[in-house]
Write a protein that binds this ligand. Structure first.
Ligand code: SF4
Ligand SMILES: [Zn+2]
Ligand SMILES: [Zn+2]
Length: 320
């Protein structure tokens, strides 16, 4: 097969675009898709300082590399989750990427470690709070990314969520008609109430394109799935969507882009009517750490309290 642009030997087909690309033009295709997501959704400009949430996986490393190649000022933040074996391996991939790509481009890696900085790991947090591991992990990551972005004066936190991730989350939200979750499922969540802006510049690239980008660009990444992800419903949704995509190329993109095009304006109108009625919960500073929360003490500080308590005292779960 031949590259759609130069007619040279193709290395990959992108069926939803009905196109084959050689290595060089595939890289350009990926850069173009990221640029288009940034501009279509007005995510940020070259004047903004970005903090990329890096896990050592393909999406976050590809995102960091692409942002640096496109001329954005982007530092990374890696959070050591203390997941046996997996977290140490992931840190190794990030460190090698930093040495090879980020440092030469003038970018810096920030690091936080749950165990050494806060005295717990994901498994302990899950056991102490009664949450599922991914829920305790997500709560910790959200808090630490927000805090690092605000402390470091970054304009936005960028995450590597790709088209497959977003389509799977939307599929789950649609199955249960969780409109409150859909309301927040956006490529951009604006800053406000003490929270930094959150952006997802990879939403126009599939998981397969993201992996192929890393291979073509010589980015070595953590291939193994997190051991805590076993049984995660989003993995099943991805498998179902992949079956659909196999028989109808472009179905995933149409599902997700159709949601952004057709449903989000309706949800936005509803949200603004709700805030007119002053129904949104009041946000104020956490009594312990000062982070924004709709409780007296934020979820992260309550999690810290729980992990410091003996296991027998664990009762109600933490939310909000
Ligand atoms: S799979 Fe769950 S526990 Fe593992 S990194 Fe993701 S959110 Fe955290
Ligand atoms: Zn080509
Ligand atoms: Zn707090």
């Amino acid at each position: 097969m031949k590259c759609r642009v130069c007619r040279g030997a193709a290395v990959i087909d992108v069926r939803r675009h009905n196109a084959y690309f050689c290595g060089e033009h595939f890289v350009r295709h990926c850069h173009r898709q990221v640029e288009r997501a940034i501009s279509d959704h007005k995510m940020f400009t070259t004047d903004d300082r970005l903090l990329v949430a890096v896990s050592g996986g393909k999406d976050s490393l590809a995102l960091w590399e692409i942002l640096l190649k496109l001329g954005y000022e982007a530092d990374g933040l890696f959070i050591g989750l203390g997941i046996d074996g997996y977290s140490t391996d992931s840190a190794g991939y990030v460190e090698r990427f930093v040495e090879k790509v980020a440092t030469p481009a003038g970018a810096t890696l920030l690091r936080v470690d749950l165990q050494s900085d806060f005295g717990y790991d994901v498994e302990q947090a899950a056991a102490s709070t009664g949450r599922a591991p991914c829920s305790a992990c997500g709560l910790s990551k959200r808090h630490l990314f927000n805090t690092a972005a605000l402390d470091g004066g970054y304009d936005a936190v960028a995450t590597g969520h790709n088209l497959d991730d977003e389509a799977a989350v939307l599929f789950g939200n649609t199955l249960r008609w969780q409109t409150d979750f859909m309301r927040r499922q956006r490529p951009v969540l604006p800053e406000g109430n003490g929270f930094p802006r959150k952006v997802k510049p990879m939403i126009r690239l599939s998981e397969r394109e993201s992996a192929a980008y890393c291979v073509v660009s010589g980015i070595d990444y953590q291939v193994d799935e997190c051991p805590m992800s076993a049984g995660n419903s989003h993995i099943r949704y991805k498998e179902m969507l992949n079956m659909l995509e196999e028989s109808s190329p472009g179905a995933k993109a149409e599902f997700y882009n159709g949601f952004l095009r057709n449903l989000t304006p309706i949800l936005d109108a509803e949200t603004s009517a709700m805030s007119d009625d002053a129904q949104a919960p009041a946000i104020g500073p956490c009594g312990r750490c000062g982070s924004p929360t709709d409780n007296e003490v934020c979820s992260f500080c309550r999690l810290l309290q729980r992990v410091a308590q003996p296991a027998s005292n664990v009762g109600d779960s933490i939310s909000g």
